[in-house]
Write a protein that binds this ligand. Structure first.
Ligand code: ADP
Ligand code: MG
Length: 290
């Protein structure tokens, strides 16, 4: 079971969108995927709750979320809370059942664990990050031994370092970082990778894979010069990080172009075919490095 954490401390770079498209693509090509919304801002959970074209609530998922998932204390936060009680000795076993109250089936080969807004406050007053660091390993262990056992788990991480993201990043196979062609991207990458390496101890040494999303590109002119310049800065940052002990791989050729049509990319519906080629390329390289 491979675990990909999609993270960047910058918001709006495409973590949620690309997580979803990669998961969908991998599922359509025979992988059994599990997508976990680890962001309390719930972008993915909300996107899946609303039908983009009609603007209406998707009743199947919405009802499940309220009545089976939240009302029955089957959320990620409930699981984390149980784990915290277990680690602090209040209960003897971490017995959180892995079933269809916890995991929603979105489509063939795609399972989904949504987020809850209450996760927002957890790192402030509920959990000691060191206590819950083993949570993801524990819950993934249970999932691995369940009938829902995925080939690949995708975590959509928040743009910050929370108790949950600490646990995710301590237990993933790959950290996948979408960047955008802007002047802050290279510095942001340096700060994030160095910061994670020092804060997550022991550092599990996952592969850090970086790619460009929202690249300026036109089929008749190729990559915009500005985008190429920023790619150069990111490549430099990746090389520097590599000489100081990290393993950062910038995928120069697997960029995703800026296209307004991606806004409607997340839904229960089909795959946005205008992104098929680029997402397929990105997935091929990502999968080879897992
Ligand atoms: N390649 C792209 N081209 C155009 N818009 C994009 C692209 N990727 C993402 N977006 C848009 O950018 C916004 C932020 O994307 P999102 O995936 O929510 O980022 P994050 O999860 O990093 O905050 C969304 O409105 C999304 O539709
Ligand atoms: Mg997001």
């Amino acid at each position: 079971m491979k675990v990909i954490a999609n993270i960047n401390f910058k918001g709006g770079v495409g973590k949620t969108t690309i997580t979803w498209l990669l998961a969908k693509h991998a599922a359509e090509h025979g992988k059994k995927v599990l997508v976990v919304d680890g962001d309390a801002q719930m972008s993915l959970t909300i996107a899946l709750s609303i039908d983009e074209s009609s603007g209406e609530f998707v009743p199947g998922f919405g009802n499940w979320y309220e009545n089976q998932h939240r009302a029955r204390n089957r959320t990620l936060l409930d699981a984390l809370d149980k784990y915290d009680q277990y680690v602090s000795g209040k209960i003897k076993h971490f017995d959180f059942p892995i079933d269809r109250g916890f995991i929603y089936q979105v489509a063939k080969n795609i399972d989904f664990i949504p987020s809850v807004t209450d996760l927002y406050w957890m790192e402030l007053d509920l959990f000691n990050p060191e206590n819950v660091k083993g949570f993801i390993q524990a819950i993934l262990g249970k999932i691995q031994h369940s009938e829902y056992r995925p080939d690949v788990v995708f975590f959509d991480c928040p743009p910050s370092f929370t108790a949950l993201s600490y646990s995710i990043l301590s237990n993933c196979t790959m950290i996948l970082v979408p960047t955008n062609p802007d002047v802050f991207a290279a510095t942001g990458l340096r700060i994030m990778v160095e910061g994670l390496r020092h804060r997550i101890q022991p550092w599990p040494n996952p592969n850090v894979v970086v790619f460009m999303n929202k690249a300026g590109y036109r089929s008749d002119r190729g990559l915009f010069r500005e985008t190429r310049t920023f790619m150069g800065f990111i490549e430099e940052a990746a090389n520097e990080l590599n000489t100081s002990g990290s393993s950062v791989n910038f995928l120069r050729d697997q960029y995703i172009p800026f296209r307004a049509s991606i806004r409607k990319a997340i839904s229960f519906g089909g795959f946005p075919e205008e992104f098929r080629h680029e997402i397929a390329n990105l997935w091929t390289v990502v999968e080879a490095q897992l």
